[in-house]
Design a protein around this ligand. Structure first.
Ligand code: KG4
Ligand code: ZN
Length: 375
């Protein structure tokens, strides 16, 4: 008898629902993204996010059930993101999940969004017939989070059979998340929103220009596995302020964006060689920092695997840098596909499965926790 769980995710700017069987088989996964709504503000606007979740939650869940070919009554449980995230956004999913669980008489399972990102790695590995060995060093890197966890099995039962995981926080950002730095730098350079995908492609453009400024490694006092990206963003800001030659191309790109011309092919011809070199230097600095701290922690703690999850895991240079380093260190590397590394509900349903098996149920008093900790 398979255990089919409906996962609901609404912590930030994606309304998502998915049905996952036995914590590993994705029967459906539906994501409604709000990028178009937040684009003109260059970041997620919490009030608008809540409003969009309200609009999307019913059709998204209905579609997830239809794609899975199931009736709500056939579900074993409802899993919903409790936090961390935006409180008004989280409440939409939680209220809907609670009501559904109550009406159907099914168990409700509260899921930590970050635990969902870890489970995205197991879902992807399962599709490829791989089983990640633990302990693992897991880097969760997105627009909202940059955090490093050591992941261990909690009990003898394998994760895919519903065993729980244990997390120990090794480091985290002290200011901006890495994806947030991408978005802010793209805003400074008038390259649209979200910034990550376009900066990633621009950084890969070959040209002979030398970096107009050098960004050295960020030194951290205290925990050396902590991250910091706001200094890098400020360094880009000062560099642009001090060099008047950027202003006319920034103006030109702003006008192009205002006309809706935000595609890579449209913006590339509007970037000077100097801008491309600046973007490359920015990306080098972010990738170097993420990879170095994660690899050092992985080697010192002698882990079997490295997991990289979250929206920034889509970065091509991050992936190839990790591949090179993990291979020479003899540590297995796991990156979910783009669909599973960005926010989705399949990862929430998968994380809910372990808690369901352990009998860890929530009740009607469940509330959103915007800063819910994983460890
Ligand atoms: O996980 P996600 O979809 O949403 C949350 O933030 O929770 O991540 C979105 C973030 C954005 O900041 C976006 O700029 C960044 O991930 N991102 C990337 C790339 N694709 C998305 N950053 C760097 N390189 C990319 N290819
Ligand atoms: Zn996320």
């Amino acid at each position: 008898m398979t255990t089919r769980i409906l996962g609901i995710e609404s912590s930030c700017d994606e309304t998502a629902a998915a049905v996952v069987a036995d914590g590993r088989e994705i029967l459906s996964s539906v994501v409604a993204s709000q990028i178009a709504v937040h684009r003109k503000y260059g970041g997620v606007v919490p009030e608008l996010a809540s409003r969009e979740h309200l609009r999307e939650i019913v059709p998204v869940i209905r579609e997830a059930m239809e794609q899975a070919g199931m009736k709500l009554e056939e579900l074993a449980a409802i899993g919903v993101t409790q936090g961390p995230g935006l409180v008004g956004a989280l409440l939409v999913g939680i209220t809907y999940g609670k009501t559904l669980a109550q009406t159907l008489g099914k168990p409700l399972v509260a899921v930590n969004h970050l635990e969902g990102h870890v489970h995205a790695v197991f879902l992807e590995a399962h599709k490829a017939g791989r089983v990640p060995k633990l302990p693992a060093m897991c880097l969760i890197v997105s627009g909202g989070h940059t955090v490093l966890y050591e992941v261990k099995p909690d009990v003898t039962r394998a994760v895919e059979d519903g065993g729980l995981l244990h997390y120990r926080k090794i480091g985290q950002t002290r200011d901006d998340a890495a994806g947030e730095a991408y978005d802010k730098v793209a805003k400074l350079l008038a390259l649209g929103y979200p910034g990550g995908p376009i900066l990633d492609r621009l950084a890969a453009e070959k040209n002979g220009a030398a970096a107009p400024v050098k960004f050295g490694p960020t030194k951290m006092k205290g925990n050396r596995f902590d991250f910091s990206f706001s200094g890098l963003k400020t360094a880009v800001l000062y560099h642009l302020r001090e060099h008047a030659e950027y202003s006319s191309e920034i103006q030109t790109r702003q006008e192009a964006l205002a006309r809706g011309e935000r595609k890579f092919e449209q913006l590339l011809p509007l970037c000077s060689a100097q801008t491309l070199a600046l973007v490359r230097e920015f990306q080098n600095a972010v990738v170097r920092d993420l990879v170095e701290r994660t690899m050092t922690a992985a080697e010192e703690l002698n882990v079997e695997s490295i997991f990289v999850s979250g929206g920034v895991a889509a970065n091509s240079q991050l992936r190839s840098a990790f591949e090179g380093r993990a291979k020479s260190a003899g540590i297995e590397l796991f990156f979910p596909s783009r669909a599973l590394s960005t926010d989705n509900a399949a990862m929430i349903a998968a994380a809910a499965y372990s808690r369901f098996r352990a009998g860890l149920f929530a009740d009607v008093s469940l509330n959103a926790d915007p800063s819910l900790a994983l460890a």
